[in-house]
Design a protein around this ligand. Structure first.
Ligand code: GDP
Ligand code: IMO
Ligand code: MG
Length: 430
């Protein structure tokens, strides 16, 4: 048995969903531990595409248990809709294979309204959030007024908390944002109904994981977003509102760090970002278009076009350090097929100085200029390749160089969206 954390090393959308689905074969339980339905995780199995936002990507394998930990913020309406979506695709889902921590904070309708109102007020300086209410829901959690999933099972407690929250948030909506307010009875009735639907899924995820591990079972922790979107270690304030790095897996599910054996860093063979904020290697030329087109770089949650750029080794080195990455899963190698020359950002320069490590200040990062190293590309197709030694020599050299620059080996190489278009060089569960 082994327990493995999977995290994104860049700005999200690295291909976490695909690799989680792949590695779920070796796990018994798959856990989401942070983020919410701002995530969009895509997996393709036998030609069927599944896009999941809240439900762990392990759900596609019916014999596995999936769990949503306390570190997630959960929109109950979206959760129930996603269960319906997955059922329509033929996935058997019930309270026995999908568990939801009673400690999980809920995203309430006023959180979404606040998210939109704040972004609108910021105008050009907006973060470019997914509009799902993620930030305001996390704020309420640390402000100790959040309404948790388990509160729905105690009507009086729920009503009291909702009343307090509405009096506070309605005041802000009305007087600070000049936005519409919410009616207590209407929100209460909607949520009490949702509580009934949610009830079969609610339980103690920390205990479930402890019992599974004591029984010799393996747990896979599925990160959302990416290291550069981490609320502390990312490009603050252009980040999400949760800790996205590996350490968050323990806090967000209720297990101790000594139980973890391996951290997989998902690394896209180039870089993308959705939303605002600094992005040193961003391209606005034909190469950027090639990456966007070949990589189908459109958001799985909001459909927004993703900004694309060259591989940034400063970013991934930062992620390797902050996550303690054991091995990387290099994804979307095939998207580089046909590019004559590949550039890799090895460091930045700013005011004549070389910068090797990620600056703490996003404003400084904004003024950093990438230092590029060039490598020859390849003309052959790598789509679906499952044998490293059969890859074009130039592709092998590219991978070896990335390994050197970021300081960890490629444990997995992905050459297409489908589960089978992958090679496992080192199995994290072994
Ligand atoms: P996540 O948020 O990290 O799970 O990633 P997304 O699902 O948002 O975005 C990754 C996209 O790339 C999805 O459309 C995947 O189907 C696709 N994908 C994953 N791995 C590969 C790969 O190796 N090659 C190609 N061409 N597409 C991939
Ligand atoms: P997955 O798990 C890419 C970005 C948003 C915005 C910032 C804050 O699919 O990799 P939020 O709604 O979280 O307050 O938005 O974070 N963002 C993501 N970008 N992939 C994601 O998830 C993201 N989740 C949030 O675009 O810039
Ligand atoms: Mg995504």
């Amino acid at each position: 048995m082994a327990n493995v954390i999977i995290v994104g090393t860049q700005w999200g959308d690295e291909g976490k969903g695909k690799i989680v689905d792949l590695l779920t074969e070796y796990a018994d339980v798959v856990v989401r531990f942070q983020g919410g339905n701002n995530a969009g995780h895509t997996l393709v199995v036998d030609g069927t595409t599944y896009i999941l936002h809240l439900i762990p990507s392990g759900i596609v394998r019916p014999d596995k248990i999936c769990a949503i930990g306390n570190g997630v913020v959960l929109d109950p309406q979206s959760f129930m809709e996603e269960i319906e979506y997955a059922k329509k695709l033929g996935l058997p889902i019930s309270g026995s294979n999908l568990r939801l921590s009673s400690l999980t904070n809920m995203i309430m309708p006023y959180h979404k309204a606040l998210d939109h109102a704040r972004e609108a007020r910021k105008g050009k300086a907006k973060i470019g959030t997914t509009g799902r209410g993620i930030g305001p829901a996390y704020e309420d959690r640390v402000a100790r007024r959040g309404i948790r999933v388990g509160d729905l099972l105690n009507r009086e407690l729920f009503e009291n908390k909702l009343r307090d929250n509405l009096s506070y948030h309605n005041f802000m909506l009305e007087n600070y944002y000049s936005a519409p307010t919410f009616n207590f009875e209407s929100v209460r009735d909607d949520f009490l109904k949702l509580g009934e639907a949610l009830a079969p899924y609610i339980g103690d995820v920390s205990l479930l994981l402890d019992e599974a591990m004591k029984a010799g079972k393996s747990v896979l922790y599925e990160g959302a977003q990416g290291t550069m979107l981490d609320v502390d270690h990312g490009t603050y304030p252009f980040v999400t509102s949760s800790s996205t790095i590996a350490g968050s897996a323990c806090i967000g599910s209720g297990v101790g760090p000594t139980t973890i054996d391996y951290v997989v860093g998902i690394v896209k063979a180039y870089t993308t970002r959705v939303g605002s904020g600094p992005f040193p290697t961003e391209l606005s030329d034909s190469v950027g278009e090639h990456l966007a087109k070949q990589g189908h770089e459109f958001g799985a949650t909001t459909g927004r076009a993703r900004r694309c750029g060259w591989f940034d080794a400063v970013v991934v080195r930062h992620a390797v350090r902050t996550n303690g990455v054991s091995g990387m899963a290099l994804t979307k190698l095939d998207v580089l097929d046909g590019l004559e020359t590949l550039k890799i950002c090895t460091a930045y320069t700013r005011n004549g100085k070389t910068i090797e490590n990620m600056p703490a200040d996003a404003a400084i990062l904004e003024s950093c200029v990438p230092v590029y190293e060039e490598m020859p590309g390849w003309t052959e197709s790598t789509v679906g390749a499952t044998d490293f030694t059969q890859l074009p020599k130039a592709a092998q050299n590219y991978i070896r160089r990335l390994e050197e620059l970021v300081g960890v080996k490629a444990a997995i190489i992905s050459t297409g969206p489908d589960r089978v278009q992958t090679e496992i060089l080192e199995n994290p569960f072994a």
